[in-house]
Ligand binder design. Sequence first.
Ligand SMILES: Cc1ncc(COP(=O)(O)O)c(C=O)c1O
Length: 389
Amino acid sequence: MNYGSYRYTRAEIDLNKLSYNVNKLKEKLSSHTKFMAVIKADAYGHGAVEIGKHLEQLNVDYLAVAVLDEAMELREAGITSPILLLSPIEPDTIPVAIEHDIAVTVYSKDIASAVYHHAERMQKNVIVHLKIDSGMGRIGVRNKEDALMLCQTLKSDFIHIEGIYTHFAEAENLEDPTYTKKQYERFIAIVEDLKHRGLDFDITHCCNTAAALAYPEYHLDMIRTGISLFGYHPDETMTKTIDLKPIMTIVTHAAFIKDVEAGESIGYGRSFITSKPSKIATILLGYADGIPRELSNRWYLNRKNEKAPIIGRICMDQLMVDVTDIEGFSKDNELVYIGDPAEGYPSIYTMADMSDSFHYEILCGIGKRIPRVYIKNDTVEVKQNYLLD
Ligand SMILES: Cc1ncc(COP(=O)(O)O)c(C=O)c1O
């Protein structure tokens, strides 16, 4: 519901930059390699429906999400692209996946039997991707005998085993590729064994972003990229491997500004006491919006290269920044929490380190109550809704 167009805080998501990132990634692929866009966890906090619609317009081959509710959200929004569920599906929800043409990951005898049962009962086609655990230790079968058993269990006119895949545990470890290579070899040995038994797959896949960038020889039939769509590398050490543009900027205007004397305390627990007369701005962002509380008294918001240090403890819904040193600061000024370093904003990698977190976690944790504003082509009209009169 729209209660008025102005919000103090918003997340601007630039779909032009999403197109840029997809194109940059596609440049790395050979013409036969498909592109799967991983948009689980609400597209890593960016809003799965809008991101999914845009990716569909960009003709990506496949979308992937973790759970059925995420897939259904996309289907209900009118997205018709193929969708793969990467995480375990609850057996009693398999009919919903079948009904809505959502491909299912099969990783155990139980799930294979449940898929077989529902496909036969519904007499409706279902697409399946087999999951091999080559060393991630999460889900999947771990040897060729079990992989064969899955294929046998799934033998039905209604089941198409379209794909087989695995997931790397540390493809971003550029210093030591030993484990990734071992995982790849284990995976390929199983795929080859099944092939010799006459079991062939349309789509064999293993590369997340890190592997797609570090091991072009592992691209196979499709890559599965998540973080890079949104403009970030899997690890800061990979920034030189591809140019990406962060697509989200979290922008805020101060909701309240006050002058205080030296010696005043700010926030819960009185963890910050002003050392001089100060100008303090209250910002509508808190740990419920995904700002790590560990950043209290340790991080800052930015107006380009000018810093507004976070002072006092970050509250659930608000935080305070010191704007004394930003000349002429007013409610008209924008402050940025997350933005593109190329535009002068600080690194999310450093921020994640400071809060003992991980940039994926920071992005996924950005709360739903921050309105997402999508920018496409000409940005001005969309943005104006959110500017002060
Ligand atoms: C099975 C699987 N494939 C691909 C990805 C995408 O990984 P990334 O965001 O590092 O590209 C994920 C994300 O965690 C995943 O779980």
